[in-house]
Design a binder for this molecule. Structure first.
Ligand code: ADP
Length: 391
Protein backbone atom coordinates (compact mmCIF):
# COMPACT_ATOMS: atom_id res chain seq x y z
CA UNK A 1 0.00 0.00 0.00
CA UNK A 2 1.35 3.43 -0.91
CA UNK A 3 1.24 6.19 1.63
CA UNK A 4 3.54 8.53 3.48
CA UNK A 5 6.09 8.36 6.28
CA UNK A 6 6.40 11.19 8.77
CA UNK A 7 9.79 11.89 10.35
CA UNK A 8 10.04 13.85 13.60
CA UNK A 9 13.11 15.30 15.28
CA UNK A 10 12.17 16.80 18.63
CA UNK A 11 14.99 19.04 19.88
CA UNK A 12 15.17 20.95 23.15
CA UNK A 13 13.23 23.91 21.75
CA UNK A 14 12.31 22.86 18.24
CA UNK A 15 10.42 20.21 16.30
CA UNK A 16 11.59 19.36 12.79
CA UNK A 17 9.25 17.33 10.60
CA UNK A 18 9.20 15.91 7.08
CA UNK A 19 6.84 13.82 4.97
CA UNK A 20 8.18 11.21 2.56
CA UNK A 21 6.43 9.28 -0.19
CA UNK A 22 6.55 5.60 0.80
CA UNK A 23 6.86 4.50 -2.82
CA UNK A 24 9.87 6.66 -3.68
CA UNK A 25 13.39 5.95 -2.40
CA UNK A 26 14.42 9.59 -2.86
CA UNK A 27 16.17 11.46 -0.05
CA UNK A 28 13.96 14.47 -0.89
CA UNK A 29 10.78 14.82 1.18
CA UNK A 30 7.33 15.84 -0.07
CA UNK A 31 7.51 18.64 2.46
CA UNK A 32 9.59 19.58 5.47
CA UNK A 33 9.33 22.15 8.19
CA UNK A 34 10.24 23.33 11.64
CA UNK A 35 8.43 24.58 14.69
CA UNK A 36 10.96 26.76 16.49
CA UNK A 37 10.50 28.22 19.96
CA UNK A 38 8.71 25.20 21.48
CA UNK A 39 8.21 25.97 25.18
CA UNK A 40 8.07 29.71 24.41
CA UNK A 41 6.40 31.30 21.40
CA UNK A 42 6.25 28.59 18.73
CA UNK A 43 6.91 29.67 15.14
CA UNK A 44 5.99 27.43 12.21
CA UNK A 45 7.65 27.25 8.78
CA UNK A 46 7.29 24.59 6.08
CA UNK A 47 8.45 24.14 2.51
CA UNK A 48 7.20 21.88 -0.25
CA UNK A 49 9.21 19.51 -2.44
CA UNK A 50 10.13 22.41 -4.75
CA UNK A 51 11.55 24.39 -1.81
CA UNK A 52 8.73 26.96 -1.97
CA UNK A 53 7.32 28.16 1.33
CA UNK A 54 3.90 26.73 2.27
CA UNK A 55 1.74 29.65 3.34
CA UNK A 56 -1.09 27.87 5.13
CA UNK A 57 0.49 27.21 8.50
CA UNK A 58 -0.63 25.63 11.75
CA UNK A 59 -2.18 27.78 14.47
CA UNK A 60 0.09 27.19 17.45
CA UNK A 61 -1.10 29.93 19.84
CA UNK A 62 -0.94 28.58 23.36
CA UNK A 63 0.78 25.31 22.34
CA UNK A 64 3.13 25.12 25.29
CA UNK A 65 5.09 21.90 24.69
CA UNK A 66 6.03 19.27 22.11
CA UNK A 67 2.88 17.20 22.82
CA UNK A 68 0.55 20.12 22.13
CA UNK A 69 2.53 21.18 19.04
CA UNK A 70 2.29 17.62 17.67
CA UNK A 71 -1.44 17.45 18.46
CA UNK A 72 -1.95 20.54 16.27
CA UNK A 73 0.54 19.48 13.60
CA UNK A 74 -0.86 15.99 12.86
CA UNK A 75 -4.26 17.14 11.47
CA UNK A 76 -2.48 19.76 9.34
CA UNK A 77 -0.12 17.11 7.98
CA UNK A 78 -3.07 14.76 7.31
CA UNK A 79 -4.60 17.47 5.13
CA UNK A 80 -1.29 17.83 3.25
CA UNK A 81 -1.20 14.11 2.39
CA UNK A 82 -4.96 13.75 1.91
CA UNK A 83 -5.87 10.45 0.26
CA UNK A 84 -2.60 8.75 1.19
CA UNK A 85 -2.45 7.02 4.57
CA UNK A 86 0.21 7.66 7.16
CA UNK A 87 2.10 4.34 7.20
CA UNK A 88 4.67 5.08 9.92
CA UNK A 89 6.25 7.80 12.03
CA UNK A 90 10.04 7.70 12.38
CA UNK A 91 11.77 9.55 15.21
CA UNK A 92 15.31 10.68 15.75
CA UNK A 93 16.18 9.42 19.24
CA UNK A 94 19.48 10.62 20.62
CA UNK A 95 20.49 7.75 22.91
CA UNK A 96 20.01 4.07 22.14
CA UNK A 97 22.54 2.82 24.66
CA UNK A 98 23.91 -0.68 24.12
CA UNK A 99 20.55 -2.31 23.45
CA UNK A 100 19.67 -0.59 20.20
CA UNK A 101 22.31 -0.92 17.49
CA UNK A 102 19.62 -0.67 14.77
CA UNK A 103 16.40 1.30 14.10
CA UNK A 104 13.69 -0.29 16.20
CA UNK A 105 9.91 -0.51 16.16
CA UNK A 106 8.64 1.21 19.31
CA UNK A 107 6.64 -0.95 21.73
CA UNK A 108 5.83 -0.23 25.40
CA UNK A 109 8.91 -2.21 26.64
CA UNK A 110 11.17 -0.38 24.14
CA UNK A 111 9.77 2.95 25.34
CA UNK A 112 10.53 1.99 28.94
CA UNK A 113 14.15 1.12 28.02
CA UNK A 114 14.54 4.44 26.22
CA UNK A 115 13.15 6.24 29.25
CA UNK A 116 15.89 4.65 31.37
CA UNK A 117 18.50 6.21 29.06
CA UNK A 118 17.08 9.73 29.48
CA UNK A 119 19.61 10.83 32.14
CA UNK A 120 22.39 10.20 29.59
CA UNK A 121 20.97 12.79 27.20
CA UNK A 122 19.21 15.32 29.43
CA UNK A 123 18.93 17.97 26.72
CA UNK A 124 17.28 15.66 24.19
CA UNK A 125 15.88 12.28 25.22
CA UNK A 126 12.84 13.56 27.16
CA UNK A 127 11.75 15.58 24.15
CA UNK A 128 12.24 12.63 21.78
CA UNK A 129 10.09 10.43 24.02
CA UNK A 130 7.44 13.13 24.49
CA UNK A 131 7.05 13.23 20.71
CA UNK A 132 6.63 9.42 20.57
CA UNK A 133 3.96 9.51 23.29
CA UNK A 134 2.12 12.41 21.65
CA UNK A 135 1.91 10.51 18.35
CA UNK A 136 0.81 7.30 20.12
CA UNK A 137 -2.02 9.21 21.74
CA UNK A 138 -3.32 10.66 18.46
CA UNK A 139 -2.47 7.78 16.11
CA UNK A 140 -2.33 4.60 18.25
CA UNK A 141 -2.45 2.28 15.24
CA UNK A 142 0.38 3.86 13.27
CA UNK A 143 3.73 2.07 13.76
CA UNK A 144 6.50 4.22 15.22
CA UNK A 145 10.20 3.67 14.56
CA UNK A 146 13.10 4.95 16.68
CA UNK A 147 16.36 5.77 14.86
CA UNK A 148 19.28 6.33 17.17
CA UNK A 149 22.14 8.80 16.97
CA UNK A 150 24.32 6.26 18.73
CA UNK A 151 23.75 3.29 16.37
CA UNK A 152 26.12 4.33 13.57
CA UNK A 153 29.10 4.18 15.96
CA UNK A 154 28.58 0.57 17.00
CA UNK A 155 31.13 -0.45 14.32
CA UNK A 156 33.91 1.08 16.44
CA UNK A 157 36.55 -1.10 18.05
CA UNK A 158 36.61 -1.81 21.76
CA UNK A 159 39.75 0.35 21.90
CA UNK A 160 37.91 3.38 20.54
CA UNK A 161 34.87 2.92 22.79
CA UNK A 162 36.44 2.18 26.14
CA UNK A 163 37.32 4.73 28.85
CA UNK A 164 40.45 4.26 30.97
CA UNK A 165 38.24 3.32 33.92
CA UNK A 166 37.97 0.11 35.93
CA UNK A 167 36.57 -2.71 33.81
CA UNK A 168 33.49 -3.08 36.03
CA UNK A 169 32.32 0.36 34.90
CA UNK A 170 32.90 -0.52 31.25
CA UNK A 171 30.85 -3.66 31.78
CA UNK A 172 28.04 -1.50 33.19
CA UNK A 173 27.87 0.38 29.87
CA UNK A 174 29.97 3.40 30.77
CA UNK A 175 31.58 3.63 27.34
CA UNK A 176 31.95 6.15 24.51
CA UNK A 177 28.68 5.88 22.54
CA UNK A 178 29.11 8.78 20.12
CA UNK A 179 26.23 10.81 18.63
CA UNK A 180 25.06 12.56 15.41
CA UNK A 181 24.97 9.08 13.87
CA UNK A 182 22.02 9.80 11.56
CA UNK A 183 23.92 12.72 10.07
CA UNK A 184 27.11 10.66 9.62
CA UNK A 185 25.10 7.81 8.11
CA UNK A 186 23.63 10.19 5.54
CA UNK A 187 26.98 11.81 4.69
CA UNK A 188 28.59 8.35 4.36
CA UNK A 189 25.87 7.41 1.85
CA UNK A 190 26.76 10.43 -0.32
CA UNK A 191 30.52 9.82 -0.42
CA UNK A 192 30.54 7.65 -3.58
CA UNK A 193 28.88 10.53 -5.44
CA UNK A 194 31.45 13.07 -4.18
CA UNK A 195 34.66 11.06 -3.87
CA UNK A 196 34.11 8.20 -6.35
CA UNK A 197 36.85 5.60 -5.67
CA UNK A 198 37.98 7.61 -2.63
CA UNK A 199 34.66 7.07 -0.85
CA UNK A 200 36.04 4.12 1.10
CA UNK A 201 39.18 6.02 2.10
CA UNK A 202 40.09 7.90 5.27
CA UNK A 203 37.43 10.57 5.82
CA UNK A 204 36.62 12.87 8.73
CA UNK A 205 33.11 14.37 8.82
CA UNK A 206 32.73 17.57 10.85
CA UNK A 207 29.10 17.94 11.98
CA UNK A 208 29.17 21.52 13.29
CA UNK A 209 25.81 22.81 14.53
CA UNK A 210 24.48 23.81 17.94
CA UNK A 211 25.74 20.41 18.96
CA UNK A 212 29.03 19.61 17.25
CA UNK A 213 31.11 16.49 16.79
CA UNK A 214 33.43 14.83 14.31
CA UNK A 215 33.57 11.26 13.07
CA UNK A 216 36.44 9.37 11.45
CA UNK A 217 35.21 7.02 8.73
CA UNK A 218 36.96 4.20 6.94
CA UNK A 219 35.09 2.25 4.29
CA UNK A 220 32.18 4.57 5.23
CA UNK A 221 31.96 3.03 8.71
CA UNK A 222 32.50 4.87 12.00
CA UNK A 223 35.96 4.20 13.42
CA UNK A 224 36.18 6.93 16.07
CA UNK A 225 34.26 10.03 17.13
CA UNK A 226 34.79 13.02 19.40
CA UNK A 227 31.61 12.63 21.48
CA UNK A 228 31.58 10.09 24.29
CA UNK A 229 29.23 8.73 26.95
CA UNK A 230 27.03 11.80 26.61
CA UNK A 231 26.74 14.58 24.02
CA UNK A 232 28.84 16.87 26.26
CA UNK A 233 32.25 15.54 25.28
CA UNK A 234 34.58 16.50 22.46
CA UNK A 235 34.32 19.74 20.52
CA UNK A 236 33.30 23.08 21.97
CA UNK A 237 29.61 23.70 21.10
CA UNK A 238 26.94 26.39 21.21
CA UNK A 239 26.35 26.11 24.94
CA UNK A 240 28.15 22.86 25.85
CA UNK A 241 31.73 22.80 27.06
CA UNK A 242 33.14 19.82 25.15
CA UNK A 243 36.26 18.11 26.50
CA UNK A 244 36.94 19.19 30.07
CA UNK A 245 39.39 18.07 32.70
CA UNK A 246 37.19 15.98 35.07
CA UNK A 247 39.15 17.63 37.88
CA UNK A 248 37.23 20.86 37.16
CA UNK A 249 34.00 19.09 38.12
CA UNK A 250 35.56 17.78 41.34
CA UNK A 251 36.78 21.29 42.14
CA UNK A 252 33.30 22.78 41.58
CA UNK A 253 31.76 20.19 43.92
CA UNK A 254 34.43 20.20 46.62
CA UNK A 255 35.47 23.85 46.72
CA UNK A 256 32.62 25.85 45.14
CA UNK A 257 29.82 23.83 46.76
CA UNK A 258 27.99 23.27 43.48
CA UNK A 259 25.32 20.57 43.24
CA UNK A 260 25.11 18.04 40.41
CA UNK A 261 22.09 19.74 38.82
CA UNK A 262 23.86 23.11 38.88
CA UNK A 263 26.92 21.62 37.21
CA UNK A 264 24.71 19.94 34.62
CA UNK A 265 23.13 23.29 33.75
CA UNK A 266 26.55 24.96 33.64
CA UNK A 267 28.11 22.38 31.31
CA UNK A 268 25.12 21.89 28.99
CA UNK A 269 23.59 25.35 28.76
CA UNK A 270 26.00 28.05 29.95
CA UNK A 271 29.31 26.99 28.43
CA UNK A 272 30.70 26.72 24.90
CA UNK A 273 30.30 29.72 22.58
CA UNK A 274 27.82 31.27 25.02
CA UNK A 275 30.08 30.91 28.04
CA UNK A 276 33.21 32.23 26.32
CA UNK A 277 31.55 35.09 24.42
CA UNK A 278 29.22 36.04 27.27
CA UNK A 279 26.64 37.02 24.64
CA UNK A 280 25.36 34.22 22.39
CA UNK A 281 25.43 30.50 21.63
CA UNK A 282 24.75 31.25 17.97
CA UNK A 283 27.68 31.32 15.52
CA UNK A 284 25.88 33.58 13.05
CA UNK A 285 25.22 36.14 15.79
CA UNK A 286 28.82 35.97 17.03
CA UNK A 287 30.20 36.46 13.53
CA UNK A 288 28.19 39.67 13.40
CA UNK A 289 29.23 40.86 16.86
CA UNK A 290 32.32 43.06 16.88
CA UNK A 291 33.71 42.36 20.35
CA UNK A 292 36.93 40.75 21.54
CA UNK A 293 35.01 38.07 23.48
CA UNK A 294 32.92 37.10 20.42
CA UNK A 295 36.11 36.78 18.33
CA UNK A 296 37.74 34.80 21.14
CA UNK A 297 34.80 32.37 21.24
CA UNK A 298 34.95 31.79 17.46
CA UNK A 299 38.74 31.34 17.53
CA UNK A 300 38.48 28.86 20.39
CA UNK A 301 35.71 26.92 18.64
CA UNK A 302 37.89 26.57 15.53
CA UNK A 303 41.13 25.76 17.37
CA UNK A 304 39.44 23.06 19.42
CA UNK A 305 37.70 21.65 16.34
CA UNK A 306 41.11 21.31 14.65
CA UNK A 307 42.52 19.63 17.77
CA UNK A 308 39.51 17.28 17.81
CA UNK A 309 40.16 16.36 14.19
CA UNK A 310 43.85 15.78 14.83
CA UNK A 311 42.90 13.41 17.66
CA UNK A 312 40.88 11.27 15.23
CA UNK A 313 43.55 10.92 12.54
CA UNK A 314 45.51 8.04 14.17
CA UNK A 315 42.36 5.90 14.19
CA UNK A 316 42.24 5.92 10.38
CA UNK A 317 45.98 6.29 9.73
CA UNK A 318 45.85 9.61 7.87
CA UNK A 319 43.36 11.82 6.08
CA UNK A 320 42.10 11.75 2.47
CA UNK A 321 38.99 13.90 2.79
CA UNK A 322 37.31 16.28 5.22
CA UNK A 323 33.56 16.96 4.95
CA UNK A 324 31.86 19.92 6.63
CA UNK A 325 28.16 19.65 7.42
CA UNK A 326 25.29 20.99 9.66
CA UNK A 327 24.38 24.64 10.35
CA UNK A 328 27.86 26.01 10.96
CA UNK A 329 29.74 23.54 8.76
CA UNK A 330 27.48 24.24 5.77
CA UNK A 331 27.13 28.00 6.19
CA UNK A 332 30.19 29.53 7.82
CA UNK A 333 33.07 30.11 5.39
CA UNK A 334 34.88 31.88 8.24
CA UNK A 335 34.78 28.83 10.52
CA UNK A 336 35.89 26.52 7.70
CA UNK A 337 38.81 28.86 6.91
CA UNK A 338 39.89 29.08 10.53
CA UNK A 339 39.68 25.33 11.16
CA UNK A 340 41.56 24.49 7.97
CA UNK A 341 44.13 27.16 8.86
CA UNK A 342 45.29 24.86 11.67
CA UNK A 343 45.51 21.83 9.37
CA UNK A 344 47.98 22.68 6.60
CA UNK A 345 50.51 20.26 8.16
CA UNK A 346 47.99 17.51 7.29
CA UNK A 347 47.88 18.60 3.64
CA UNK A 348 44.66 20.65 3.89
CA UNK A 349 44.52 23.75 1.70
CA UNK A 350 41.36 25.66 0.74
CA UNK A 351 40.28 27.39 -2.45
CA UNK A 352 39.08 30.65 -0.88
CA UNK A 353 36.64 31.51 -3.67
CA UNK A 354 35.04 28.05 -3.62
CA UNK A 355 34.87 28.24 0.18
CA UNK A 356 33.16 31.66 0.11
CA UNK A 357 30.62 30.30 -2.39
CA UNK A 358 30.08 27.12 -0.31
CA UNK A 359 30.79 25.01 -3.40
CA UNK A 360 30.72 21.25 -2.85
CA UNK A 361 34.50 20.96 -3.27
CA UNK A 362 36.27 23.78 -1.45
CA UNK A 363 39.86 22.47 -1.36
CA UNK A 364 42.53 23.97 -3.63
CA UNK A 365 43.59 21.89 -6.64
CA UNK A 366 46.96 21.40 -4.93
CA UNK A 367 45.45 20.23 -1.62
CA UNK A 368 46.43 16.67 -0.70
CA UNK A 369 43.21 16.36 1.33
CA UNK A 370 39.93 16.93 -0.49
CA UNK A 371 37.63 19.26 1.47
CA UNK A 372 33.87 19.19 0.85
CA UNK A 373 30.72 20.92 2.04
CA UNK A 374 27.76 18.49 2.00
CA UNK A 375 24.36 19.40 3.50
CA UNK A 376 23.20 16.78 5.95
CA UNK A 377 19.77 15.09 5.77
CA UNK A 378 18.98 13.17 8.94
CA UNK A 379 15.32 12.91 7.91
CA UNK A 380 16.26 10.84 4.85
CA UNK A 381 17.97 8.28 7.10
CA UNK A 382 14.87 8.05 9.31
CA UNK A 383 12.62 7.66 6.24
CA UNK A 384 14.91 4.89 4.94
CA UNK A 385 14.49 3.03 8.25
CA UNK A 386 10.69 3.39 7.98
CA UNK A 387 10.84 1.87 4.47
CA UNK A 388 12.94 -1.04 5.73
CA UNK A 389 10.86 -1.79 8.82
CA UNK A 390 7.31 -1.09 7.65
CA UNK A 391 6.10 -3.22 4.78
P1 ADP B 1 21.10 22.04 15.57
O1 ADP B 1 22.20 21.32 16.28
O2 ADP B 1 20.17 22.78 16.47
O3 ADP B 1 20.39 21.21 14.49
P2 ADP B 1 22.10 23.52 13.28
O4 ADP B 1 22.77 22.42 12.57
O5 ADP B 1 20.84 24.08 12.68
O6 ADP B 1 21.87 23.20 14.80
O7 ADP B 1 23.17 24.71 13.42
C1 ADP B 1 22.89 25.90 14.09
C2 ADP B 1 24.14 26.77 14.05
O8 ADP B 1 24.44 27.09 12.68
C3 ADP B 1 23.95 28.09 14.79
O9 ADP B 1 25.10 28.38 15.56
C4 ADP B 1 23.83 29.08 13.64
O10 ADP B 1 24.27 30.37 13.97
C5 ADP B 1 24.78 28.46 12.64
N1 ADP B 1 24.58 29.05 11.32
C6 ADP B 1 23.52 28.92 10.51
N2 ADP B 1 23.67 29.71 9.40
C7 ADP B 1 24.87 30.35 9.54
C8 ADP B 1 25.62 31.28 8.74
N3 ADP B 1 25.16 31.72 7.58
N4 ADP B 1 26.83 31.68 9.22
C9 ADP B 1 27.30 31.25 10.39
N5 ADP B 1 26.65 30.37 11.19
C10 ADP B 1 25.46 29.92 10.77
Amino acid sequence: MNGVYLTLNAGSSSLKFALFDSAASSADPLLKGTVAGVGGTPAFTARGADGAKIDTGVALDGASDHAEVIARLLPWLAAQHAGRPLLAVGHRVVHGGQHFPEPTRITPPVLAQLQDLAPLAPLHQHHNLAAIRAVAQREPDVPQIACFDTSFHRTQSHLAQQFALPRTLTDQGIIRYGFHGLSYDYIASTLPEHLQDGADGRVVVAHLGNGSSMCALHARKSVATTMGFTALDGLMMGSRCGTLDPGVILHLIQHEGMRADEIETLLYTRSGLLGVSGTSNDMYVLQNTDTASARDAIDMFCYRAACGLAGLVPSIGGLDALVFTAGIGENSALVRTKICGWLDWLGVSLDDVANDQAATVISAASSRVKVLVVPTNEEAVVARACRALVR
